[in-house]
Unconditional design. Structure first.
Lengths: 115, 117
């Protein structure tokens, strides 16, 4: 079974500062990796995904993440945050085999951008 | 693209009432739909997975007789909370996926906040 650990439950950061949200996963087989964002009282929106190829993945809203297989990490970064980035961020994995499409989510990291 | 509409967004009802939540994929055909429950300040808990035309697969600990799932077409899945009680109050979120493999991202609805009085 796979698991996802988001090391920080809350991350406060000043506006225009850089931010990194950490995600580590555990799996005995290959996985796909995702980051989702959830705004208050809304569903989840896909930020970016890693399936294969380049380990640096660029997503929407200026976010990017880097897949590090040796460290089993998939940290999310943004060089300069905005107030509108305040939200809950979830890291998730799914298996790569056919029919293995269920997502396993981390517990989420609440990003609070301070003006 | 890949829009999922969930309705209603908020419902308040009396204990004992049954509540139906709809999840529609508006611009794609969803082979698979998922239903999640999210408690305050927690992650999403997968309740069940449904494929069009077949019975839903429920996760361990989820009462299938209480949470009825129907996936009658490639664009519509419904979750009915039968005889709802206050402990069923929660945020329910559906998602839809095009294919049956992990590289197809799930597209999420905006959720339904269910409050049982």
């Amino acid at each position: 079974a796979q698991s996802v650990t988001q090391l920080d439950s809350q991350v406060p950061v000043f506006e225009e500062a850089p931010v990194e949200l950490r995600c580590n996963y555990s799996s005995s087989v290959s996985v796909y990796l995702f980051w989702y964002v959830q705004y208050p009282n809304q569903g989840l929106q896909l930020l970016l995904k890693y399936l294969s190829g380049s380990t640096l993945v660029k997503g929407i809203n200026g976010f990017e993440a880097e897949f590090n297989k040796s460290q089993t990490s998939f940290h999310l970064r943004k060089p300069s945050v905005h107030i509108s980035d305040t939200a809950e961020y979830f890291c998730a994995v799914s298996l790569t085999g056919a029919g293995s499409y269920q997502l396993t989510f981390g517990k989420g990291t609440k990003l609070s951008v301070i003006p | 693209g890949a829009v999922v509409s969930q309705h209603p967004s908020w419902v308040i009802c009396k204990s004992g009432t049954s509540v139906k939540i709809e999840c529609r994929s508006l611009d794609f055909q969803a082979t698979t739909m998922f239903w999640y429950r999210q408690f305050p300040k927690q992650s999403l808990m997968l309740m069940a997975t449904s494929n069009e035309g077949s019975k839903a697969t429920y996760e361990q600990g989820v009462e299938k007789d209480k949470f009825l799932i129907n996936h009658a077409s490639l664009t519509l899945s419904t979750l009915t909370v039968t005889s709802a009680h206050p402990e069923d109050s929660s945020f329910y979120i559906c998602s839809a996926s095009v294919g049956g493999v992990g590289d197809q991202p799930q597209h999420f609805g905006d959720g339904t906040r269910l409050s049982i009085l």
